[in-house]
Design a protein. Sequence first.
Length: 452
Amino acid sequence: MLAFALVPAVVQPSAARADNPLVQHVYTADPAPLVHDGRVYLYTGHDEDGSTYFTMKDWRVWSSADMVNWTDHGSPLSLATFSWASADAWAGQAVQRGGRFYWYVPVKNRATGRMAIGVAVADSPTGPFRDALGRPLVENGEIDPSVFIDDNGQAYLYWGNPNLWYVKLNADMTSYAGSPTRIPLTTAGFGTRTGDPNRPTLYEEGPWVYKRNGLYYLVFAAKCCSEFIAYSTAPGPTGPWTYRGTVMPTQGSSFTNHPGIVDFKGNSYFFYHNGALPGGGGYTRSVAVERFSYNADGTIPTITMTNTGAPQAGTLNPYVRQEAETIAWGSGIETEPAAEGGMNVGWIENGDHLKVKGVAFGAGASSFAARVASGSSGGTVELRLGSPNGTVVGRCGVPGTGGWQTWTTVTCPVSGATGTQDLYLRFTGGSGYLLNINWWQFTAGTALTAPR
Ligand code: FUB
């Protein structure tokens, strides 16, 4: 008995599976995470398929409660939001203040042909966002805004390439006091670049400013090209900055990289981008995340890119409604706005699948319900555990509903779904597009009928 008790519980080693990059159905770039109300919201740019330049037209929002299952909130901000903008939906950051969400982005001003910083505002982290000013907040031809709000309530806007600027924002977050100030780019503050007399320091672009334990951090894309991620620290929000070294070396088949750092559920996370998806590269980038721990002296360790990503922070509850567009890894699918609200998963063909990681079935599930639509003759949602070809615990038939946004709810019995599992929704049927799925939910209990 004693010997048995001392044997550790058998842990099934799970094969190393990719959870990076975070999104597989569109290319994403320039991550800007924001923690709000128990979730991390991730604001990104969007590289067009097959892009050969930074021809970016809109931004995207994603969110997660566990760092591995990411909900697609679509595109609540685009160039069209700014009537005065003509192109270049580049790297921005959203912050929260007073129950509102302010998203600062660089875009090209049609009237001047120069890059400017616009600000959009929303009452929710997922938008809809509207242009707060109807004109640029600030314009000097430079890019990549980052906003930091200090403990005393003073907000700062930082931006720049090739220079580095800051200006104090007023409490309304849409105007500023004084004039933009150029931060001295000294080699003591930002490291030494060799080979480019015009740019003697490592600072390139993409500042990300925050404060931790009284120390101010400025993380940035360094050198060009390819970039790596470096950082400096200072005793105050305006410096003086001291160069501290590399956060992430040059890696990952994109010649740019872009930092975003947050603490979430007691851990620290570093967001970046690379070219890791099929077809990926410098203009077809993807956002990824790594968990890290600060060194005892507050310095940041060197973080390398992985395709496993961060460990899951918690589990996913299958007994509440889950959006189909909450995905750890999607294969073959796309998303779109659903007529019922939110987003749905669509363009599903035979063999496509969604992975939802760490689903806590507990004692077991008895049935599965899904909100589905089909403008063709439908298909089947297979519920599998562990892999796309894993054990089938349920099969739900989806009929033609008369339209891709004509929604109905289907249910089916479930058997054998217990404990915490990676759930795969695998879609099968004939040729062409089979069905759309908006949300799903399991019911706890014991199945009366085994899956067919
Ligand atoms: O995504 C367009 C530009 O590439 C961003 O503004 C820069 O930070 C670089 O990532």
